[in-house]
Ligand binder design. Structure first.
Ligand SMILES: [Zn+2]
Length: 325
């Protein structure tokens, strides 16, 4: 008898807990944690403009419509071996470039590394002539070379060149020693709902080589989980995260005719321009909605009583109305 009561009480407690959780998860209007409502983020980063990036890695990425970020050293031999590919062909394939300095010689002095970073940014801008400048560029510090500047000097350089320091190098064969270790990075990112990444040197050749079968197994795993994982580049990840943390979304009016939201963003719109993904509950009889933000107007289909849509990360009003029948 006593036991039955405890079980029943426990069940009630569980049910109300679940209910509360459901309501907390589904607020009337929210900025989703990651772009397009994905559960996790994954980034593929490639150092030193290895020739095998051009011959082995990029064709596999391209086949799957996946982005890789290449930390090029345009002043060095491997880059020059494939200069036309790096400068003309690869930027058209949807790949991203990061600053790994022009010559990978490190920071023997502040003056030298300043110049090496500036030259690398110039080269990246030359490869993407259609993009506005200044813009944020990812920075990957070259390893295995002297780095004789202070943390403060380094921070100043990053700010001077609009660079975003990437997460520390992590990859095969240093931190992940088997194919299973590499694949587990994706599972961990999904389980935590956070960002995971793998960094490469050679792929199927060159130096510090990741074997081809491990590389393609990772891409296949990401492709199999594409509904859960946002495969992106470090600057897009940084933008989304920074924008979301600096933004607030509030319902200011809600009636049968429209929902009015106030989006407040603290980020600098000139540099932080990646659309945020928003989620808003709408009245039960709305089937399709129009979403207006400033001069832009889009439509969104109602699913499970709510819409999901993109919004520019700028402060202002967003107006949602049922689409006219
Ligand atoms: Zn390197």
């Amino acid at each position: 008898m006593k036991k039955a009561i405890i079980v029943a009480l426990a069940a009630v407690a569980l049910m109300s807990g679940a209910q509360e959780k459901k309501e907390a998860n589904m607020s009337d209007a929210e900025i989703l944690k990651w772009k397009d409502g994905k559960k996790a983020v994954f980034m593929l980063e490639f150092d030193d403009s290895c020739v095998t990036h051009v011959t082995n890695a990029i064709p596999e990425l391209k086949k799957r419509g996946m982005v890789g970020t290449f930390y090029i050293n345009a002043g060095n031999g491997p880059f020059k071996n494939k200069q036309n590919d790096w400068e003309k062909e690869i930027p058209k394939m949807g790949m991203e470039y990061g600053n790994h300095t022009f010559t990978h010689k490190g920071a023997p002095t502040l003056e030298e590394v300043d110049k090496d970073i500036a030259l690398a940014n110039d080269e990246i801008n030359k490869c993407f002539p259609d993009r506005k400048t200044p813009r944020l560029i990812s920075f990957g510090q070259p390893g295995g070379v002297p780095w004789k500047i202070t943390k403060e000097e380094f921070e100043k350089l990053l700010a001077k060149y609009n660079l975003v320091n990437r997460p520390s190098f992590f990859g095969y064969p240093f931190h992940a020693k088997t194919k299973e270790d590499v694949l587990k990075l994706v599972d961990n990112a999904i389980a935590k709902g956070e960002m995971g990444h793998h960094d490469f040197h050679g792929v199927g050749g060159d130096w510090l080589v990741t074997p081809m079968d491990i590389f393609t197994a990772l891409l296949d795993k990401l492709e199999a989980n594409k509904d859960l994982v946002w495969v992106t580049d470090p600057v897009s990840y940084h933008k989304y995260l920074t924008e979301r943390k600096g933004a607030e979304l509030k319902v200011v009016q809600k009636d049968a005719a429209q929902i009015k939201l106030q989006l407040t963003c603290k980020t600098d719109a000139a540099l932080y321009d990646l659309p945020l993904t928003l989620h808003t509950k709408v009245p039960a009889d709305w089937k399709e909605c129009s979403v207006e933000q400033g001069k832009s107007k889009t439509s969104a289909k109602v699913e499970a009583g709510a819409i999901r849509y993109s919004a520019e990360p700028v402060s202002g009003e967003i107006v949602i109305k049922p689409a006219k029948k």
